[in-house]
Design a protein around this ligand. Structure first.
Ligand code: MSP
Length: 518
């Protein structure tokens, strides 16, 4: 069985999760579910990044220990992932004992191999980024461009990693592994500018981290600690890696945001090269979500949590949220959220097009044929259209173009709507052309069976609902895309008035606005 190992960035847990964090986890979950539908042995890792100055400072300000702060926020992250139906296999915390021990071993191995040396250093540290910044990267006022705060001047004796040793190898790697392709040049330019990086902090400034074993004066740099999660989680060990590690490594995809691409496409592969560990296949940098075209942030007061989104619109399940974020922008580019766009998109695609098509076809089946599919209804009018869709979906996912996969499914739905309108089963019924009427309904319902399977990774609840209303056996999640053949819809009674219900209720156009005003 082919394996597929996919990871998300591990979140800083100095606050509660917002839809930016959620966006990445949804995308990763969608890809993982799709790969399972392809019959792969998928392993999906997510987690939390708990050490570093940022957490240490937030905890101190709240009068908590860093661990208490992390425990409390990790619970919020996990609850949110459950709400969004993020079906991960493992949640790693960088405070896990095994992780901490392995990171110390990794550091030791790098020292033993001569990839790390000690030197004194003066630099400008931004605790928001958890990294040193170059003077030339700052704003005119000397602020970090991402966090708009003045970086701290730091003079310390640190351990350094010989990043510059890997320049040429990194360039070759980045050309193959970094996706989307439009990001490659940006990374290649950064490689031209690299210097050796500081990989430890003085334990006087940073207490909340993994100590360098045998050197109490130093704590391992949070990015070395954090990046290592991708291998420590699955049992990497400097002497005897576990079977799980052998099974799943190298990762097929590290899914991360564009802001942390440098760490993943330069620092991480160089560390792996120094450790003689294979390199990940793809590093995919997704775009950022803005709210009403503005950067989301505490200072602007526009942070949206996934739970509040569910509440505002009184959603029955998370599918509309998943669907909106996966289709609002070409995956990889920045996207925007607004209440209006959200309502318009999900009402149009999920309620009017997809839900309504199923609903009216099943209602006609009940009205004209008492919910029964008769053998003579089987026909091929939509067969070609339906069977052209899975290859398009597969290709889209091969390119991480999630929105294109959704578009292919919605196109099939739109074509089927047109087919129903053109064939007008209600007129055929009036004319008592029963076989033709039954065939028109059959084509629609059999297509909807394909739609359920293909939309499943994005909308698992709606997909299962369609699946059940079509009287298909088992769980749609277990159905493989390769099993999709034409005319597998059950013959016989599949529906009754009681079983036919909308798969997605339109969001009333006034509804959310009213609630918000209150
Ligand atoms: N802890 C580091 C990652 C270490 S990975 C070895 C970190 N954490 S974070 O909490 O700041 O961000 C976690 C992920 O969420 C990142 O991939 C980041 O790009 C993503 N996002 C945070 N805000 C976002 C948006 N507004 N929109 C989309 N993704 C965003 O970085």
């Amino acid at each position: 069985m082919e394996k597929f190992y996919i990871t998300t960035a591990i979140d800083y847990v100095n606050g509660a999760p917002h839809i930016g964090h959620a966006y990445e986890k949804i995308a990763t979950d969608v890809i993982a579910r799709h790969q399972k539908q392809r019959g792969k042995d998928v392993y999906f890792l997510t987690g939390s990044d708990e050490h570093g100055i940022k957490i240490q400072k937030t905890a101190a300000a709240l009068n908590m220990t860093p661990k208490q702060l992390c425990d409390s926020n990790v619970a919020k992250f996990k609850d949110t992932w459950e709400l969004l139906e993020i079906d991960y296999d493992q949640y790693i915390r960088t405070t896990d004992e095994n992780h901490e021990k392995t990171v110390q071993k990794i550091f030791q191995k790098l020292l033993d191999k001569g990839a790390i040396y000690k030197d004194s250093y003066t630099g400008l540290y931004c605790s928001g980024c958890e990294c040193f910044l170059n003077e030339k990267d700052l704003t005119e006022d000397g602020l970090c461009p991402d966090h708009l705060v003045k970086p701290e001047e730091v003079k310390e004796e640190n351990y350094f990693f010989k990043l510059t040793d890997y320049k040429e190898q990194l360039k070759e790697y980045v050309k193959k592994a970094v996706k989307p392709e439009f990001r490659v040049n940006e990374v290649l330019n950064q490689i031209d500018d690299i210097r050796d990086i500081s990989v430890s902090r003085s334990s006087e400034t940073l207490q909340w981290g993994i100590p360098v074993s045998g050197d109490d004066s130093q704590v391992i740099y949070v990015w070395i600690d954090a990046l290592s999660n991708y291998i420590t989680a699955i049992g990497y060990d400097t002497e005897a890696p576990s079977d799980k590690f052998k099974q799943y490594w190298p990762a097929n995809c590290h899914m991360i945001g564009k802001d942390i691409l440098k760490f993943h496409s330069i620092y991480w592969p160089a560390i792996l090269m120094a450790l003689d560990v294979e390199l990940p296949e793809t590093i995919f940098a997704h775009g950022w979500i803005t709210i009403d075209e503005q950067k989301m942030g505490k200072s602007l007061g526009n942070v949206i949590s996934p739970a509040s989104l569910m509440g505002t619109f009184e959603l029955q399940n998370v599918d509309p949220i998943r669907y909106f974020f996966m289709t609002t922008t070409p995956f990889g580019k920045d996207g925007n959220y607004s209440d209006e766009d959200f309502k318009a998109k999900v009402n149009s695609d999920l309620a009017n097009n997809m839900g309504n098509l199923l609903n009216r076809s099943l209602s006609m089946l009940c009205k004209y044929f008492d919910g029964e599919i008769k053998p003579e209804f089987v026909s091929d009018s939509l067969k070609d259209k339906a069977l052209q869709t899975p290859p398009r979906v597969l290709e889209a996912f091969d390119n991480y173009a999630i929105e294109q996969a959704a578009e292919a499914v919605i196109e099939l739905v739109n074509d089927t709507n047109k087919y129903v309108n053109d064939n007008a089963p209600w007129t055929l019924a009036k004319e008592e052309k029963w076989q033709e009427c039954g065939q028109a309904i059959y084509n629609t319902l059999e297509t909807m069976r394909h739609v359920a399977v293909l939309i499943y990774p994005i909308c698992p609840n709606i997909a299962q609902d369609i699946w059940e209303q079509l009287c298909c056996e088992g769980k749609v999640s277990e159905y493989k895309i390769s099993e999709l053949k034409w005319s597998d819809l059950k013959i016989g009674k599949i529906a009754s008035k009681e079983t036919v219900k909308p798969v997605f209720l339109r969001i009333d156009s006034e509804f959310a606005g009213d609630k918000k005003k209150k």
